[in-house]
Design a protein around this ligand. Sequence first.
Ligand code: WTA
Length: 648
Amino acid sequence: MADAVYPVPADWAENALITAPVYEERYRMSIEQPDAFWREEAARIDWIRPFTRVSEASFHEADFGIKWFADGTLNLAANCLDRHLEERGDQVAILWEADSPDAASRAITYGELHEMVCRFANLLKAQGVRKGERVTLYLPMVPEAAVAMLACARIGAIHSVVFAGFSPEALAGRIQDCDSRIVVTADEGLRGGKKVPLKANVDAALGHNCEAVDTVIVLKHTGADVPMTQGRDIDWAMGVAAQSADCPAEEMGAEDPLFILYTSGSTGKPKGVLHTTGGYAVWAAMTFQYVFDYRPGQIYWCAADVGWVTGHSYVVYAPLMTGATTVMFEGVPTWPDASRFWQIVDKFGVEIFYGAPTALRALMREGDEWVTRTSRKSLRLLGSVGEPINPEAWEWYHRVVGEGRCPIVDTWWQTETGACMMTPLPGAHALKPGSAAKPMFGVRPLLLDNEGQVIEGAGEGCLVIDRSWPGQMRTVWGDHERFFQTYFTTFKGLYFTGDGCKRDEDGYYWITGRIDDVINVSGHRMGTAEVESALVAHPKVAEAAVVGMPHAVKGQGIYAFVTTNVEVEPDEQLRRDLVQWVRREIGPIATPDIIQFTPALPKTRSGKIMRRILRKIGENDLSNLGDISTLADPQVVEHLVAGRPQLA
Ligand code: WTA
């Protein structure tokens, strides 16, 4: 099965926007004549003032910097809305499905969305929000999340969306880091029939050194009775009712910031990844059109949350720039039952479905029946994103969900890259289950060995990208030096992805997963250091080390080794307390799967924790612990192996 190859179906090979010969020709042009290539592709955006310069980028320390289309101006919200009004003002822009199948869905046209965005933009302006100011959004998966993002883009404010599953502590950290004085939230969110107390979380977050916040806009979603703070909290509906539906779009420079999105790295606290306007717009819109072979009028559904980059690029910005109908779903794949996704596909006639392997694995476990009892005849293309998809899940997706007729685009990319970097294009590339196939236009992937030597032909190594692309992040908010250090110093002059990768004889790329201390839990990216610092913040914990472990549904689970303070006797109660503690510090997505108490961690004589050994124990690969002779106390390893609990 690992060697399976699915050729491009005949109708795709003939009719796709990008067929095999077109891919070869365009890819070559994108590498050999990048300026000419990007001038053509940038024409898909409405520029206010056309750019004359294309790319000015260097990954080298002496002249480090990244700029695209720098002297051009545009407004991204106008590209998502105003430009469509004449031709498709009455076409549905957002199709929204509620958490509960019994609740009414919503269909919002481009005309209506335009008006909602203008009113909300005016409300922000009435609160004194200015160009360049940061606005924190902490919202459920409702159309208003897109409205708030677009309203920021319209007036040139920088949005920072914080995933609604994050705890008050995590939210507070993100509000402080970008000096945001305004937060937009809802009374509650709903997921799988459970309420998420968003407003209460905001109130709690604002108690944590967020004195700068003077305004909270609250959307009534469930209608729960939430306390409102006089003089600070504004009801969304009342606020916008007083505003005009006319709001001119601010003229933004291509390199003006569009958004900050916090993401986890190997060290320290999450980084504020900053994306700017012009390059991001071109990159997101271009990849959307080619990867999904998008044609006007098609119903498209990306099942990601707006709290992650996939939601930014492929739920909101790219589909709307392209004039698509984009589906937003508030709920979860397995509630009320495991047919939910496919019922929505049938209800809306979804043609293109883009989801995460973790959801597919969870559904696969429930059996084919939940899928096969639905029709899915509208589906023509499937996508996968966020983590490696194992061949078994891929085959199931292809055979059961897509009935063998829908190509699967397995798209590899990162928060930092803005949009898809490597993927098969459905009309151009035969599919190999588990492979992200080929680079997107303009992307030059290289594989390096541990000495930093380029691996030619087939092989496996560290994945780096050798030149800039338009949607690349521009900096870490407030810490440009950290940006340079994190991504461009491991291998000088190259962008280091943090991923390992294989290239086969056909030049297909296979992502093997992170090679740094980042783990991918249910498609949610997490730094082991973040979980460790949450654990050591507990008064009874002395030390903690966290590694990833294989997990059948989540892809990776969280395995924590914990040393308690000497006077503490670790027990079941403490284990439960620590799980709750981490959930409170970060959020439920960081729930440890295993906590192993240990009297000591394996350390070198210089006191460095040997994470390599802990990873092996996490993977239950005990025969292969490697050289442990440099440990200060090799006996520690025996204790760890003997004490390894099994996953329930
Ligand atoms: C992983 C999500 C294998 C990878 C868009 C990357 C993938 C990290 C794939 C970024 C894929 C994403 N195959 N691995 N198709 N897509 N990854 O920033 O390890 O949340 O570095 O962006 O997810 O996660 P992020």
